[in-house]
Design a protein around this ligand. Sequence first.
Ligand SMILES: [Zn+2]
Ligand SMILES: [Zn+2]
Ligand SMILES: [Zn+2]
Length: 463
Amino acid sequence: MQIALLKLSNKEIPGIEEHKHIFITEFISADNILESDIKFDVVLIISNIENEIISTTKELRSENHLIPIFVSTGLEKNKLKYNAYIDGYYESFEDFYSKCSSIIEIGNSLINRGVNDQDNKILEFLLCRPDYVAQPIKDWKSRKIYTYPILNVFADEGTDTEQWMQTLHNRDLIAQVELVGRIRECPFCGSAHLMFVDICPNCQSIDIVNVPFIHCFTCGNIEPQEKFISGDSLNCPRCMTHLRHIGVDYDRPLENHLCNSCGHIFEEPNVIANCAECGNNSKSEELITIEKYSFQLSEHGKVVTQHDNISDVIKILDNINYAHLPYFQFITNWLISMYKRQNDMNFSIVGLNLDNMAQLINTIGRGKASMILHGFAESLRKLVRTSDICTRSSETHFWLLLPQTDSKGCEQFIKRLNDIKHVSEHEGGEALSFTIESYSSDKDFDQDETSELIMAALSSRLS
Ligand SMILES: [Zn+2]
Ligand SMILES: [Zn+2]
Ligand SMILES: [Zn+2]
C-alpha cells in the first residue's frame, strides 16, 4: 500500500513505520502529492488546523475522487466541518489499514469506468463508502444556509449544487436519511437570508412598541399605563376615576402593542420577511419551505453505479458471431418473408437475460465475474453454428438467431444452453444466472410478424 504522508504539523504517527508492504512517502503540500509520479493508494494528513485540512482534502479529492483520506490531528473530532470530506481518523494502524483497504477494493472494481462526470464521481465515491451519509452543514456564507460539502467538492464549475442534489434524488440515485433542518426561502430570489420584521397590522409601519396597557372598567378606556400614572396613583385620563384594585377597577388588556406612526393598539404585530439579498418583502405564508435531509446512495443508485460498469464485462459475449442489432433485425425480417413464401424455412430466436451480472461483480469482484462470463462464452461458442447470429439489445439482453431451426431444434438448443450454466460456476459457488425465452416460426408464427414484435414480446417476458 502506497501511503502519501502529508506532514502539515510535526505530530508523530505511532505504529505506522513498523509494517512491511507499506510504503510511506512524506510530503509537505497537496500539490507535491498530485505532482508526484507515484500512484498513491491513501493520503494521511497530519494537521491541527481545520481550514488547512479542508482545503487540502478538497484539492486532493478534486483530482482523485476515490482516494481514501485520513487525518491525524490533535483537534477535537466531533462536529468538525471537515468530517464531511475525510474518511476517518488515524487511531490505530489496524483500523486505518482495514478501512483504507475496503475503500480501495471497491474502487478497484470500478476500473475501466466511463466518463468521469460529476454524477459518476459522487456515485462512485458513495459506492466505495457504504456507510457514508452526506450531511448538510450550516454555513452562513451560503445563500441557502445549508450546503453539502461533498457535493461542492465534486460539482463541475457553475453547477447549482442544490439543483444537482434534487436531480440525483428525483432519479432515485440518492435516498434521504434524516431530516436535518427546514429553511424558508425568498419567493423572489431563492435566498434564505431573510429578516423577520414586526410591523403594525394597520399601517405596516415598523415603528411599534411593546408597552403595558390599562383597561378602565368605569369608562372602558384602554391606553398605555403611563397615561394613567399621576404621582403615586393610577387615574383614568378619560373619566378621572381613581383606580385602586386590579380586577375590580381595572385590568390589563391583551393588547400590548402601540404603533407610534398611526396610534393603533393591537395584540399581535404582523410579521413580514424582508429578503437581505433582493430587498423584497413577503408574508410568511408566501415563503418557500425547503426541507434539508442528509442522504446516502440509494439501492437503485448502487445498482446503477455498478450496472453502468458491467458493459466491459458483458462485451466478452460480443465476440460470438456478433451482429449489430439493426443487422440482426434485418436478417430476421428476411427470414420472416422467406418463411411466408416457403413454410419449411423454419427459424428460431432465443433471448437471454443475464440476471445477476451486476451482483456478481459486486460480490466476487470484476475479475472473477469476467472469468465466469468468459467460461460461459467459450461454451456458448461451441454450441453456436457458423450460420447463427448473436446480438445484444441492452446490457443484459442477449439474442441468438437460429436459421433452419424449428421448435424441436430450438428446445434441444435451450437444453444444452442450460447444461453449460454449471460450466460457468465459480469455486465460491457463485454462478451466472439467466432467463431464457424463445420463439420458433413453426409454433409461434403470426402473419403480421416483424423481428421488432418478436423481440419486444420476448423482452417483456425476460425482464
Ligand atoms: Zn375611565
Ligand atoms: Zn400603524
Ligand atoms: Zn430575495
